[in-house]
Design a protein around this ligand. Structure first.
Ligand code: MBD
Ligand code: FE
Length: 303
């Protein structure tokens, strides 16, 4: 069809002549449908192709994979870049970079003060201690900030989604102490890969891509009067470090992973072998009236 004929059909379908101003939802849906009509035309999409796409989307929804697809298509990262831009326009720059939440957070992890052990299940992997301080942009410690942390096990699996792990394994909420400090003991995670043969995997393969993330640890950092920080740190040395299927690796989020072999340090941590350690401080911004909320309302899993 020629473009004018398509636009004439669109006008009819979208009721452009109804005289009512279009709501935000109408405007956005109309735009997407417009773009889709033209995509179908430009690529001469056949009915079988259209219905196979519909079946794909139905399956993806049934599998609960839309969150993975949003990450894999870079949409979640794009939202981060737009948030960065909105902050920069208001003069809010620096501090710990944000990066995507991803689809695997589970609300309601047990809360502990200052220190938590994340590895509740007996599990493989190198012992990891991670510690640091939460500070504001003036360098002042943020006492009693909430550090929510979650990560995968030695097989790249997350508790709740992986039924072999107990509830909230490798998930905790840690209150920083009076000096803004947090610390946890866990096991070095391994990168996550999308479910083999699943909807995201199929899509990534059709796009000539993979569905693997480098090993990482997720954080929400929150405190009254401060902008909530959603971020991750990466495990240095992972082969996928800069080849993340979700595009979440950012400069400033790759701390050194140190192996501790000192006998006294091993003993004082109640271990009998060398372990790994990461030091990482979080710097957060004060809340500011002229900015979009830093906390993103989003449906979360909860047990
Ligand atoms: C993850 O662990 C993750 O963090 C993201 C963004 C997507 C899939 C799995
Ligand atoms: Fe993750």
């Amino acid at each position: 069809m020629d473009k004018q004929a398509i636009d004439a059909v669109l006008r009819k379908i979208q009721g452009a002549d109804s005289g009512q101003p279009a709501s935000r939802v109408q405007q956005i849906v109309n735009r997407i449908v417009h773009d889709l009509f033209h995509t179908i035309e430009d690529f001469d999409v056949q009915p079988e192709e259209f219905w196979s796409a519909m079946a794909y989307l139905t399956d993806a929804g049934r599998n609960g994979e839309y969150g993975l697809i949003a990450a894999g298509l870079g949409l979640e990262h794009f939202l981060d870049l737009r948030s960065d831009e909105a902050e920069a326009r208001a003069g809010v720059t620096g501090g710990t970079p944000r990066t995507i939440e991803g689809p695997l957070y589970v609300a309601g992890a047990p809360e502990e003060n200052g220190f938590a052990r994340l590895d509740q299940d007996p599990q493989e992997g190198d012992v990891l201690f991670m510690q640091g301080q939460v500070r504001d942009m003036d360098g002042k410690p943020v006492a009693h900030a909430l550090v929510e942390v979650w990560h995968a096990n030695h097989l790249g699996g997350y508790s709740f989604f992986d039924p072999s792990q107990s509830p909230f394994n490798l998930r905790r909420s840690i209150r920083t102490d009076a000096d803004g400090r947090y610390r946890f003991r866990s096991r070095v995670p391994v990168g996550y890969s999308v479910p083999p043969g699943g909807s995201t995997d199929q899509l990534m393969k059709l796009l000539g891509r993979h569905g693997t993330r480098p090993a990482h640890i997720h954080f929400f950092i929150s405190a009254p009067g401060m902008r909530k920080l959603t971020t991750q740190i990466n495990i240095e040395g992972d082969p996928f470090l800069w080849d993340d299927f979700a595009f979440a690796t950012r400069d400033g989020l790759v701390p050194a992973l140190k192996q501790v072999t000192d006998a006294a340090a091993i003993r004082s941590n109640e271990l009998d072998a060398p372990f790994y350690s990461i030091d990482f401080d979080f710097t957060m911004h004060r809340e500011q009236a002229d900015l979009p909320k830093a906390e993103v309302d989003r449906v979360h899993f909860a047990p």
